[in-house]
Design a protein around this ligand. Structure first.
Ligand code: FES
Length: 105
């Protein structure tokens, strides 16, 4: 079983199960974290914005230009760390990934 570690907006950290074939957004949302994902994963809302732990940023598939442009609209955009989690499909190689839910806009 793979897991990821999620820190919420209050700073509380929790390890949750992660399944291949799901997006990080779905994994985090389905675990009950307050991630809105208004557009349902269509890379159109940025409400699935998370900040990836620095130790993991180079290990994830690179963001495409659409994802970067949308993430940059966030007041809390951090180059390199900001990702729209609906655009990342979980793979076994991401076991142990750590991320923090970005502050609400
Ligand atoms: S859920 Fe809307 S951009 Fe990710």
């Amino acid at each position: 079983m793979s897991t990821i570690t999620v820190t919420d907006r209050e700073g509380v950290t929790q390890e949750i199960e992660a399944s291949e074939g799901m997006s990080l957004m779905e994994i985090v949302r389905d675990a009950g974290f307050p991630i809105e994902a208004i557009c349902g994963g269509q890379c159109a809302c940025a409400t699935c914005h998370c900040l990836i732990d620095e130790t993991w940023t180079d290990k994830l598939p690179a963001a495409d230009s659409d994802e970067i442009e949308l993430a940059e609209t966030s007041d809390y955009f951090e180059p390199g760390r900001s990702r729209l989690t609906c655009q990342i499909n979980f793979e076994a190689s991401m076991d142990g990934l750590k991320l923090t839910i970005a502050p609400e806009e």
